[in-house]
Write a protein that binds this ligand. Structure first.
Ligand code: AMP
Length: 490
């Protein structure tokens, strides 16, 4: 079943996106720094990117389809992006959503002046809001859910821009980390549950915001702190910083899948090194699902830290039994199914000299459709492995994400269709095990998952969605999509 909607899909575009955002205020070469920051966030979206800059009077923009290094390959581009304020976006959209008009940051001339917005996340009532806005006369330029925020700001009954902004945020549900620019300030904010990440840093007199701390490292900025869930940080061009908490105290539900897969291992998230968490998940997995074997082999790159943890905990030697070509992008992040299939083969090759005759423990971070696991297990067998035991450094992915991580509809999720025995057979492994949800929580530093008040958004594993899913609930087929409560408001 496809998560599509005729209202938004007139030209085949869809709403779900994976993204990274970066913004800086107070730097002489703000646009060039933003390009560098986006380059460090490239793993969060590889389809398109853009930068908007501001020189105190005018806004300037450059956007394009492709990687940051391609779209911003020419130094001359930065001469056309002057100013000490800039923000940028890297984007991946699901099949068909790669139109030029959806490339962010989006820009609009509002009554109060120019306004740009870069968004990571997904608004789960965007279609409903868009329908209302259009019926009142709004004319949309893109099919991106982010544009809904601009129209809500434009039509707000409040006078001051910040009040309009808060008014708009009160109407949206779902996940959003935003970096916005107005003629006099940069505004960074995180949704009340802090589902998607956003960090703040400093370099000289400049203030920097980024989806992940790795982008601060790369531009030479010092990590200051995370933007808090529900916080709006306003930085003026004169350097003054104001923090607003319009939603009061909220209980955070940051996405646990950022730790499992999405973030770069050299980022620090929620005070934890992503690499260390992944290594720890591997150690938990070795305790929960031991197996007699000769070699622990990671599926590169995403399985490497967990495989190191598994090997350290179990005492089984670690070895690179699969070599990855670095000239192919992330398997999953390819817009069409055909491209994805071809990529698995081009991306990984067995290291026969290491694998032949051995009992292998294969470690990957997750199974989504099962395509990767099936091919890699077969690759190990073809290279002469005696046994292949698959261990997965996350619980089974049984539910779709509606908060900005691209997981396919439930019907395509292997774990939603099959039990462990069936999955084992499907991927043709000798055994298969996933880390438990509590094992995962232990790895991120919790004693266990609190059922009453989960410390993270883990809806992809548990079906416990922390916000209403208005658009989804509206659809005729919603019943098939969700088996667990829709409409819980944290
Ligand atoms: P699949 O072949 O469909 O089972 O996908 C599993 C592979 O995709 C794993 O090796 C993961 O590293 C990767 N992966 C899992 N979830 C995501 C995601 N949301 N976005 C991109 N890649 C992912």
């Amino acid at each position: 079943m496809n998560v599509t909607h005729p209202f938004f899909d007139a030209d085949g575009d869809k709403l779900r996106e994976e993204c990274g955002i970066f913004g800086v205020i107070g730097a002489r070469d703000a646009a060039a720094m933003t390009a560098l920051g986006l380059h460090a966030l490239q793993h969060r979206g590889q389809e398109a990117c853009g930068i908007v800059s501001l020189d105190g009077r005018e806004f300037y923009a450059h956007r394009g389809i492709g990687h940051v290094a391609q779209v911003f390959s020419d130094n001359g581009i930065f001469e056309q992006l002057p100013g000490s304020v800039a923000s940028g976006h890297v984007r991946y959209s699901t099949t068909g959503g790669s139109g030029l008009r959806n490339i962010q940051p989006l820009f609009a001339d509002l009554a109060a002046g120019g306004f740009s917005i870069a968004h990571n996340g997904n608004i789960s009532n965007a279609m409903t809001l868009k329908r209302e806005l259009v019926s009142k006369g709004s004319i949309f330029q893109s099919t991106s859910d982010t544009e809904v925020i601009i129209h809500l700001i434009a039509t707000s009954r409040f006078h001051k821009l910040l009040d309009r902004f808060v008014d708009a945020l009160r109407m949206i549900e779902g996940a959003y980390s935003l970096i916005c620019m107005t003629p006099k300030r940069l505004i960074a904010c995180r949704d009340p549950l802090g589902i998607r990440p956003l960090v703040m840093g400093r370099i000289g007199d400049a203030t920097v915001f980024a989806s992940e701390s790795v982008a601060l490292d790369v531009v030479g900025a010092e990590f200051v702190r995370e933007v808090e869930p529900g916080e709006i940080v306003e930085v003026r061009t004169d350097g003054r910083i104001t923090s607003h908490r319009p939603f009061g105290e909220t209980s955070a539900r940051p996405c646990i899948f950022e730790h499992v897969y999405f973030s770069r291992p050299d980022s620090v998230m929620g005070g934890n090194s992503v690499y260390e968490v992944r290594r720890q998940i591997g150690a938990e997995l070795a305790i929960e699902a031991p197996v007699e074997a000769d070699l622990v082999v990671p599926v590169p790159d995403s399985g490497v830290p967990a495989a190191i943890g598994y090997a350290q905990q179990s005492g089984i030697p670690f070895g690179l039994g699969i070599i990855r070509s670095h000239y192919v992008g992330r398997t999953f992040i390819q817009p069409s199914d055909g491209a994805r299939h071809a990529d698995v083969k081009r991306k990984h090759n067995a290291n026969r000299a290491l694998v032949e005759g051995k009992r292998i423990v294969l470690i990957d971070d997750s199974i989504v459709r099962g395509t990767t696991s099936m091919k890699i297990v077969q690759m190990m067998r073809d290279a002469g492995a005696a046994e292949v035991h698959m261990r997965i450094a996350s619980p089974p992915t049984v539910h779709s994400c509606f908060y900005g991580v691209d997981t396919p509809e439930r019907s395509k999720l292997l774990a939603a269709r099959m039990n462990i025995a069936e999955m084992t057979q499907f991927i043709h492994a000798d055994s298969l095990a996933f880390v438990s949800i509590d094992g995962l929580y232990r790895a991120v530093g919790e004693r266990q998952r609190s059922a009453a008040c989960p410390q993270h958004c883990d809806a992809c594993f548990t079906g416990d969605y922390p916000t209403s899913l208005t658009d989804l609930a509206e659809r005729d087929n919603a019943a098939d999509q969700l088996t667990l409560p829709v409409g819980q408001v944290a």
